[in-house]
Design a protein around this ligand. Structure first.
Ligand code: SF4
Ligand code: SF4
Length: 255
């Protein structure tokens, strides 16, 4: 039986009778509060498999709804609507439309991993949040998030050169997310770098931004990584299209 916080019940679904007597007992007002029954017919039976196919979502099936993730969550502390336990429940029962009601806040997970340490079932809720955010993007429910852009820029650089050059990564990230580099915090950071870092290091960083040095003999490792990523991507796509096939089969059966 899932736990349902009162905050999760929509006000329009709460029914209270000002005057109500049942079997001679006066249950007027607060005592007659009921939750309106409703029929949910748009389940996505493959939702759990879809999320489990994405990195981080693999152990979602282990959840026993204890709520420790939500209780320990940094974001939940300031926004009660941010509720990993509830989203995991919705995913496991396939209530996609309910999950989509919160699509604009799921990305707010700050990856602090407090939930991961609190979880008694090794569900890895932080990973599930990430997988869910990726799922929303891959399904077109939300635009590509800045963190997704950053991951892409970072991975592309690793595959290409085998090195991480922060200044190059940041420059490309800003370009991809259509942000100007001349932001006040960036100017302040550069000023401090110039003030505190040795000239030799600054010169190396500047050169690395321009010439993109490569790890020697990197091509074989790069090809192996590329192959692995493509393989994983194919598996994920397969899982993501499974739901559409189930949906079509259900429509055919109902017709
Ligand atoms: S990792 Fe995300 S879901 Fe987990 S506690 Fe931190 S903010 Fe909450
Ligand atoms: S702490 Fe773990 S088992 Fe408990 S509700 Fe969260 S994910 Fe599920």
């Amino acid at each position: 039986m899932p736990i349902h916080e009162k905050s999760l019940i929509r006000p329009e679904n709460l029914k209270t009778h000002e005057h109500l007597v049942i079997d001679g007992v006066d249950v007027s007002g607060h005592w007659s509060t009921f939750i309106e029954t409703r029929v949910v017919s748009d389940y996505n039976e493959a939702l759990e498999e879809e999320i489990a196919a994405l990195p981080g979502g693999e152990h979602i099936h282990r959840c026993w709804q204890c709520g420790s993730c939500t209780n320990s969550c940094t974001v939940n502390e300031i926004n009660a609507d941010f509720n990993p336990r509830y989203w995991i429940y919705l995913i496991r029962v396939g209530m996609e439309s309910e999950l989509l009601r919160d699509k604009d806040i799921i990305w707010q997970c700050v990856s602090c991993n407090k939930c991961t340490y609190a979880c008694p079932r090794d569900v890895f809720p932080e990973g599930v949040m990430k997988a869910t955010a990726h799922w929303l993007e891959r399904k077109g429910h939300t635009p590509k998030s800045p963190s997704m852009h950053f991951d892409e820029v970072f991975t592309e650089q690793i595959i290409k050169t085998g090195k991480i050059e922060e200044s190059r990564t940041v420059r490309r990230f800003f370009k991809r997310t259509k942000q100007g580099l001349a932001q006040p915090w960036m100017i302040e950071m550069v000023k401090r770098l110039i003030k505190h870092l040795p000239v030799g290091m600054l010169t190396r960083m500047g050169l690395a931004t321009l010439v993109a040095p490569k790890t020697s003999d990197w091509s074989r490792a790069s090809a192996a990584m590329q192959e692995y990523i493509e393989e994983q991507h194919e598996k994920q796509e397969e899982a993501l299209t499974l739901a559409q096939l189930v949906e079509v089969a259900q429509e055919d059966a109902a017709a």
